[in-house]
Design a protein around this ligand. Structure first.
Ligand SMILES: Nc1ncnc2c1ncn2[C@@H]1O[C@H](COP(=O)(O)OP(=O)(O)OP(=O)(O)O)[C@@H](O)[C@H]1O
Ligand SMILES: [Mg+2]
Length: 281
């Protein structure tokens, strides 16, 4: 099973869009995909067409501090928690939904951070790819849950001061979680930094070039170059209105017509190539 977290500590840089795009593209390839929504605003849950879930990630993580018996095994509970994505999404897409009360876990002092990793172990052999959408926050317990459960991280970064800050702060947290002796996730790997929501090439400003240089200084060849670029443009995900249209329609990018949707699909597919283990490899 491949597991990837889309993570930056800055908001609005494309975490949820890249998550939804990768889920759509992976489903199109025939993979059984699970989307895990760690954002208490439940934007990915909504986009994947899941309404009023009965059991959510919040229920899975929760430990009753007063209970005399140990909490339930997440590797078993996960089977009650996941639901199929809604109308319009392929039937091989599953969702571990979020809900607003998940936000309470950020200040919960019980030690629940490894429960998501354990839950995913319960899906071994059933799910091929897990895509996690992480909320923007400086560290925090939900981000830690995701980084303990993930094998790889993709960091989206807009070419702005905020995009860079979010990526650099994410790097600090990733180093902390993966440091030897942390006991959390020493094998965690950065799959890449994704230049994200780029302005169209004629709008590229000096500040974009400056921030790009800073990203390359910090992350080196982790800044993904494989996303094909038009001349005068950085390799990365360009801003196209069809993305927002898909979000509003709660529909996968794979169902959208037109040249821009095709480009976006191609880029989300390339992100997948960075995280999915090729069969036989
Ligand atoms: N390639 C794109 N073209 C146009 N708009 C995009 C693209 N990618 C993302 N967006 C839009 O930019 C906004 C922010 O993107 P998104 O919600 O994916 O970021 P996020 O990092 O998940 O934000 P948050 O931190 O608030 O969860 C959204 O309105 C989204 O639809
Ligand atoms: Mg988001």
């Amino acid at each position: 099973m491949d597991t990837v977290a889309n993570y930056s500590e800055k908001g609005g840089v494309g975490k949820t869009s890249n998550s939804a795009g990768m889920v759509a593209e992976a489903a199109e390839r025939g993979l059984n995909v699970l989307a895990v929504d760690l954002d208490p605003r439940a934007t990915l849950t909504e986009e994947l067409g899941v309404k009023d879930p009965r059991f959510t990630l919040n229920d899975l993580l929760y430990i009753d501090p007063e209970a005399d018996t140990p909490p339930g095994d997440p590797a078993e509970l996960i089977h009650d928690a996941i639901v199929r994505a809604g109308d319009g999404w392929p039937s091989n897409v599953w969702v571990l939904p979020s809900e607003r009360p998940l936000g309470r876990r950020e200040t919960d002092s019980t030690m629940f951070e490894a429960r998501l990793r354990r839950a995913l172990e319960g899906l071994d052999g059933e799910i091929d790819l897990v895509v996690m959408d992480v909320p923007p926050r400086a560290g925090g317990k939900l981000a830690t849950c995701a980084l303990i459960a993930a094998k790889k991280v993709l960091i989206p970064a807009t070419l702005t001061a905020d995009g860079r800050l979010g990526a650099e702060q994410a790097l600090r947290t990733i180093r902390f979680v993966s440091s030897p002796g942390s006991g959390m996730n020493e094998n965690l790997e950065i799959a890449g930094v994704v230049r994200s929501i780029l302005p169209k090439k004629d709008d590229m400003r000096a500040v974009n070039h400056f921030v790009n240089q800073q990203l390359v200084e910090t992350f080196g060849d982790k800044v993904l170059d494989s996303l094909t670029a038009d001349e005068g443009q950085y390799p990365g995900i360009v801003s196209y209105s069809v993305r927002e249209e898909c979000r509003v329609a709660c529909a996968p990018i794979t169902s959208a017509p037109g040249r821009e949707a095709k480009k976006l699909r191609g880029w989300y597919g390339q992100l997948l190539d960075h995280v999915v283990t090729q069969k036989g490899a």
